[in-house]
Design a protein around this ligand. Structure first.
Ligand code: C5P
Length: 224
């Protein structure tokens, strides 16, 4: 059977914590990648640590959101890190997505749709007049136009998104253990895969407390 694919969200600025996450999530039942985000990559030693990491699937969650020239120049500036995946907000606009895609080369460019911490009320507050599902679908069409390699959306939208987007779908907002915290659109790992997600992003449910135990809990949950 194909192994379930999990990106562990390494939301910390401590190198020792990252090393522990890598060691304690190691297992032969899951394919594990590591998502290093704004917190780690902006920390003093984060970039240096990443530049030395070998033979790991790395997802740099930089969530670029800027004008085309700046997005492209940033991708050029991080090429030495040899990351496998990189995020850009689809709301950066089609020209920025195309400019980023043109320069990204072997890096898989992931378009971020509506953050999983946002619900319909929050979207209205920002000034959007579409609901979450409609806005996600609208943005997925832009991802297609820019030929992005993957998209991020919540597991709740995957079934709909799959009809339009034929490449990788990555879903954060996953809970198998704890409360939702700041996330609004959540599902369990089992539900997310059942809906058709390719990769799940899991942070706190794996990295808080006993990481080895949490990893085993996740494996048991997926084998239910
Ligand atoms: O701890 P938790 O599982 O909620 O972590 C989710 C991770 O996924 C965080 O690192 C967050 O930055 C990221 N993310 C998200 N929603 C998106 C894109 C990324 O939660 N739409």
């Amino acid at each position: 059977m194909k192994k379930s694919k999990i990106f562990v969200a390494c939301d910390t600025s401590k190198i020792s914590k990252i090393e522990k996450i890598i060691k304690d999530t190691k297992n032969n039942k899951l394919t594990i990648g590591y998502k290093l985000g704004l917190e780690f990559l902006n920390s003093k030693n984060g970039r240096i640590f990443l530049s030395k990491l070998r033979n790991k699937i790395i997802f740099a969650d930089l969530k670029l959101n800027d004008i085309p020239n700046t997005c492209a120049a940033t991708i050029k500036a991080i090429k030495d890190l040899r990351v496998n995946y990189l995020t850009i907000h689809i709301s950066s606009g089609l020209d920025a997505l195309k400019a980023a895609k043109k320069i990204s080369g072997k890096i898989k460019l992931i378009g971020v749709t509506v953050l999983t911490s946002l619900d319909n009320k929050a979207l209205k507050e920002i000034g959007f007049n579409k609901d979450v599902k409609k806005l996600v679908l609208h943005q997925v069409k832009l991802a297609n136009k820019a030929k992005l390699d993957a998209i991020v959306c919540s597991a709740q939208e995957v079934k709909l998104v799959k009809k339009l987007f034929k490449r990788e779908i990555i879903t954060p907002g996953i809970r198998f253990k704890s409360k939702t915290n700041d996330q609004k659109r959540v599902l369990t790992p089992y539900e997310a895969y059942a809906n058709g997600a390719d990769w799940l992003v899991i942070g706190r449910d794996l990295t808080r407390g006993n990481i080895k135990k949490n990893t085993q809990l996740l494996i048991d949950h997926l084998n239910q």
